[in-house]
Write a protein that binds this ligand. Structure first.
Ligand SMILES: Cc1ncc(C[n+]2csc(CCOP(=O)(O)OP(=O)(O)O)c2C)c(N)n1
Length: 339
């Protein structure tokens, strides 16, 4: 039992940040939806329905939180392959994502031409995921610079893993963004592994955020298991960008709950103790516990949400599975100039 006083204190947390009860419940829904979709994608891959899966279990909390202050219609998002939850909040549907997984002709990301996990959606202003890690950063900063020159008021958000920050593109983008005060949120989802390479072999500094000082912008770190804290830092960065004060580097420390992708086995390079520790940081569980503590969720409402998510994912799976494959004679479309 939580005392009335403790209840008021924790309850004040989301409200103090300007989030309504409805907001936090919807945030939880998206985190749970992304996790449900993720589980389904792995089952489909193991069943031979998809050639590859790369997804974001453990990253969902910070993604939903960072996307929450954005103007979903007006602003831009430049994703990476783990951005499942962020793309869902921005407007993509579960069916959209499964069409990509199954490489169907109607896949909005690439018409079934890219490998799974390369999200993109022109209508929702989600730029196509760029395969070489790091390159999405100059793309995003370029969009933000254009928005600034055109005075459109649009803000851009871009995401990457910490391993990707070893690429030169990332550093060039930060330098340019700071010089030109581009309206951009520079997100790094640090799960301390680049496939199997640990953080200490990627950088000699204790955190990615400290690097911001070298470029002349603020850098903040937030615990990816604390969804409300993730929201707080994103909102601050968003407001800063809106005021014309330029970019913010945000580092979210997140647990990577699964293997890098369906092509590797994390038990080969992570100890059992490490896996036990990361599971304790699962944002789905920590946020659920918060919402239960403040009386917004209970066993029965959680069951309702889980059932709704399962039904929606079942329907989307059938819909995407029934969709036609691309016609072979369209294979060269978008590759060469066509009359
Ligand atoms: C330039 C480049 N080098 C290598 C790869 C292959 N690759 C894909 S994901 C990945 C690991 C990236 O790790 P990190 O940025 O930490 O993100 P995480 O997968 O851990 O979320 C690598 C090496 C690539 N896509 N692009």
């Amino acid at each position: 039992m939580v005392s009335a006083e403790a209840n008021t204190t924790v309850e004040a947390r989301h409200r103090a940040l300007g989030l309504s009860d409805q907001d936090v419940l919807e945030m939880y829904y998206y985190i749970a939806l992304a996790r449900g979709l993720d589980d389904r994608m792995w089952v489909l891959q193991r069943a031979g329905k998809a050639m590859f899966v790369i997804s974001g279990p453990g990253h969902e909390g910070c993604q939903v939180a960072a996307m929450w202050p954005m103007d979903k219609k007006q602003d831009w998002f430049v994703p990476f392959y783990r951005s499942v939850a962020a793309c869902l909040v921005k407007g993509m549907t579960v069916t959209d994502m499964l069409l990509g997984l199954f490489a169907r002709a109607t896949d909005p990301s690439s018409g079934g031409r890219q490998m799974p996990g390369h999200y993109g959606h022109p209508r929702f202003k989600i730029l196509s995921t760029s395969s070489p890690v790091g390159t999405q950063y100059p793309h995003a900063v370029g969009i933000a610079y254009a928005s600034k020159l055109r005075r459109t008021g649009e803000i851009t958000m871009v995401s990457i893993g910490e391993g990707g920050t070893s690429q030169g593109d990332w550093h060039e983008a930060l330098n340019f963004a700071a010089i030109h005060k581009c309206p951009v949120l520079l997100i790094v989802e640090n799960n301390e592994l680049a496939i199997s390479v640990p953080l200490r072999k990627q950088m000699a500094v204790p955190s990615v955020a400290v690097r911001a000082a070298g470029y002349g912008m603020p850098g903040v770190t937030a615990d990816g298991s604390d969804v409300l804290e993730c929201y707080r830092v994103a909102k601050e960065a968003y407001d800063r960008a809106r005021r014309g004060e330029g970019p913010t580097l945000i580092e979210y420390r997140v647990p990577r709950l699964g293997s890098h992708s369906s092509d590797d086995q994390q038990e080969r390079y992570r100890s059992r103790e490490e896996l036990e520790q990361v599971r304790k940081r699962d944002p789905l569980l920590t946020f659920r516990a918060y919402l239960e503590r403040v009386g917004l969720l209970n066993e029965s409402t959680l069951k309702d949400i889980a059932e709704r998510i399962r039904r929606d994912i079942d329907t989307a799976t059938d819909e995407a599975d029934r969709a036609p494959l691309p016609q072979p004679d369209t294979a060269r479309r978008h590759l060469f100039f066509e009359e």
